[in-house]
Write a protein that binds this ligand. Structure first.
Ligand code: TLP
Length: 342
């Protein structure tokens, strides 16, 4: 099976497993796991933020960022297509008790104007707008990289309005490789940033949140409250450190593979896709002719040995990663030609 459903499906390599087995560990709840500390320090260096906390998942990193930077009843401005709305089980409402104000914009990106339009007046009738949350790369936006200038504008405008900014950087690594810029530059003056080691970097578990020290202190309390404080988590942090050392630069291969796949798909009848929009490792394509639904096409592709994800009635997602080789991408394109050409 060629599994293109997500970059979360990667399995730890033998070298990663050896690094995990050799990890020095301690009780992280007592702040005594040296490998977790090393990973948190490394992420601080990468992002230019003073403090970080290792967590089990990207969802928890985002939810801690929201909970730590808001109070119940506050409002968070975010793009209507962001992961925190669609795929975090209603966490912002359930865990932080916040409202979400939805910004429009092409493929997951919005600008300073949208922030200005959505920020609430200082009026006791209204919720308090407290946080702006953006996502880079943007998952449902087809792995789109936020233009750096636009991040800067949104952050500056938000700060001028007294709002904090969180970046869901689950795939910030892909954004860095695609734009050729260091992570710290992409994050800029945003107040918090999360990132995942368990997606394109290929670690089995683990995400992280960086911010200023008081925010991370608060996030650590909520991590405990949400059940995400771990003990000898160094075995997981070791996988993440190994991933940063060995799987970061190679993301360029995933991006090339996604572009090749997109070009092949775009040439098929009834497929709606602009390959020039594929900047990183995520390819979404639409089914234009209405003959078969996305779930039907996905079932047919599965029978041909290729797993992809239906995202709605006429949209499908394919994601490249560490565990798909160039020849497997070629085979997936051939299978798609066979299924969609029928
Ligand atoms: N996304 C998963 C699914 O939940 C859709 C995927 O397969 O892409 N932020 C972004 C932008 C993400 O894409 C994801 C995972 C997360 C956060 C959450 O990470 P996890 O799965 O570790 O909770």
């Amino acid at each position: 099976m060629i599994d293109l459903r997500s970059d979360t499906v990667t399995k730890p390599t033998d070298a990663m497993r050896r690094a995990m087995a050799a990890a020095e560990v301690g009780d992280d709840m007592f702040g005594e796991d040296p490998t977790v500390r090393r990973l948190e320090d490394r992420f601080c260096e990468l992002t230019g933020k003073p403090a970080a906390v290792f967590v089990p998942s990207g969802t928890m990193a985002n939810q801690l960022a929201i909970r730590a930077q808001t109070e119940p009843g506050d409002e968070v401005i975010t793009h209507a297509d962001n992961h925190i709305i669609h795929y975090e089980s209603g966490g912002p409402a359930a865990l932080a008790g916040v409202m979400l104000a939805l910004a429009p914009g092409p493929r997951g990106v919005f600008g300073a104007d949208e922030v200005r339009a959505l920020v609430r007046a200082d009026d006791p009738h209204c919720p308090v707008t407290r946080l702006v949350a953006l996502e880079n790369t943007h998952n449902r936006g087809g792995g789109r990289v936020w233009p750096r200038e636009q991040v800067r504008e949104v952050v500056e405008t938000s700060h001028a309005l007294g709002l904090r900014v969180h970046i869901d950087g689950a795939r910030i690594w892909n954004a860095a490789i695609a734009s050729g810029r260091p992570v710290a530059e992409l994050v800029g003056a945003a107040d918090s940033v999360s990132a995942c080691f368990s997606k394109g970097l290929g670690a089995p578990v683990g995400s992280i949140l960086a911010s200023d020290a008081p925010t991370i202190k608060r996030a650590r309390r909520f991590r405990k409250m949400f059940g995400g404080a771990m003990r000898q988590a160094g075995v997981l942090a070791a996988a993440a450190l190994h991933a940063l050392d060995h799987h970061f630069d190679r993301l360029v291969e995933d991006h090339a593979g996604a572009r090749r796949l997109a070009e092949r798909l775009a040439a098929l009848p009834g497929v709606r896709l602009d390959p020039s929009e594929v900047e990183t490792n995520i390819v979404y394509f639409g089914l234009a002719d209405g003959r078969r639904s996305a779930p039907e096409i996905c079932t047919a592709l599965k029978q041909a040995g290729v797993l992809v994800l239906p995202v709605g009635p006429d949209r499908i997602r394919a994601v490249t990663h560490l565990d798909v080789s160039p020849s497997q991408i070629e085979r997936a394109a051939l299978a798609a030609a066979e299924v969609l050409g029928r």
